[in-house]
Design a protein around this ligand. Structure first.
Ligand SMILES: NC(=O)C1=CN([C@@H]2O[C@H](COP(=O)(O)OP(=O)(O)OC[C@H]3O[C@@H](n4cnc5c(N)ncnc54)[C@H](O)[C@@H]3O)[C@@H](O)[C@H]2O)C=CC1
Ligand SMILES: O=C(CO)COP(=O)(O)O
Length: 334
């Protein structure tokens, strides 16, 4: 592979993991806003705040200067949580070269506009190729060297194959897909179902209950995703079912953790207060409900989770409604 320069923006757990993986293949610079993170990555090849115990690739360098990272880059990778994504992208526009592809790692929607991250990229950087890297990819596990599969989705079939080469490495297997909408929405929507599953687990629900929630959850996220233009088969692939299984069953998932704590009866304020990392589902839930209303899609599980997150219902009361007593046909909502 030609020696490309990749800039990863965001020094959190996933940005750092992807930067370390890509550094096996080509030149990578990571931009982090926290100066201590930058110093630590450069001096020790670690990021102890977000990836304690993990050793990063020795070729990875870090900077505090977004201009330095972006100006020389052939590919930009955005590892910034959804609510700050546009602000950072607006800084990127000042330094980026023409036609440089921009890939989102982010699994959230912009509050207020309900936009996907690739839509924000198209607004702020018209003409640049855009894509997402998504799938069942819990950062800590990948840093520990465990095998994982992911999907890079871009509309352009040629560019996506070139970028596949940049992201794949060793036991990190990367597939291509041209369904950007479906892949992106799979990553966003599964977070809310993971909160629902966590709410059940926090109340001692059984394995059958978890399986029912994941399956009914998958059918409701598929309904919204296809109404918004995604392909149904994408939701049974890595970006859909794959990520649902990982996030809904893993003790590492931040979204499931939020659900577990809600299920134990704790308040959202208390839970968020003690978390150092992002739980995108909690932020995206109002936007998801607005999109469901706009597209006329019923999402009973997401709706109950939203009511608990908004403080309008308790987890124990909502959980009783999550699996409706009166069931219709399996093909129907509810
Ligand atoms: N951690 C994981 O296993 C995975 C995370 N993701 C997604 O990746 C995205 C990023 O998540 P994580 O890295 O896990 O989050 P994190 O909570 O570990 O880190 C977030 C990082 O973003 C930085 N940040 C926030 N606002 C910023 C701003 N305005 N300017 C500069 N930096 C800013 C923080 O300083 C922090 O370094 C999320 O959308 C998440 O859903 C996707 C796949 C796996
Ligand atoms: O998206 C993820 C795994 O694919 C990470 O999930 P959490 O944000 O819930 O930790």
């Amino acid at each position: 592979m030609k020696q490309l320069k990749v800039a990863v923006l965001g020094g959190g757990s996933w940005g750092t993991t992807v930067a370390s993986l890509v550094a096996r293949n080509t030149d990578v610079i990571i931009w982090a806003r926290d100066p201590d993170t930058v110093t630590e990555i450069n001096a020790e090849q670690t990021n102890s705040k977000y990836l304690p115990g993990a050793k990063l690739n020795s070729g990875l360098t870090a900077t505090n200067d977004i201009g330095e990272a972006v100006a020389g880059a052939d590919i930009i990778v955005m590892g910034i949580p959804s609510q700050n994504f546009r602000n950072v992208l607006q800084e990127v526009t000042k330094h980026i070269r023409a036609w440089v592809p921009v890939i989102s790692l982010t699994k959230g929607l912009e509050a207020g506009t309900q936009l996907r991250m690739t839509e924000i990229i198209q607004q702020e950087l018209p003409g640049h190729p855009v894509g997402v890297l998504t799938g069942p990819n819990l950062a800590r596990e990948i840093m520990a060297g465990q095998a994982a599969a992911s999907v890079i989705a871009m509309e352009d079939e040629i560019i996506v194959k070139e970028l596949q080469e940049v992201f794949k490495s060793g036991l990190f297997r990367v597939y291509t897909n041209t369904d950007v909408i479906g892949c992106e929405l799979g990553g966003v929507l599964k977070n809310i179902i993971a909160i629902a599953v966590g709410m059940g687990d926090g109340q001692g629900a059984g394995d059958n209950t978890r399986a029912a929630l994941i399956t009914r959850g998958l059918s409701e996220i598929t309904r919204l995703g296809t109404a918004m233009g995604g392909k149904a088969e994408t939701f049974s692939g890595l970006a859909g079912m794959g990520d649902m299984i990982a996030t809904c069953t893993s003790s590492q998932s931040r979204n499931r953790h939020v659900g577990i704590e809600l299920g134990k009866g704790r308040s959202m304020e208390d839970i968020i207060e003690e978390m150092t990392m992002v739980a995108e589902g909690a932020k995206s839930a109002p936007a998801v409900m607005a999109l469901a209303a706009k597209h006329g899609v019923e999402m009973p599980i997401a709706e109950d989770v939203s009511r608990v997150l908004a403080g309008d219902a308790t987890a124990s009361r909502a959980f009783r409604g999550l699996l409706r007593v009166v069931a219709g046909a399996e093909s129907e909502p509810g």
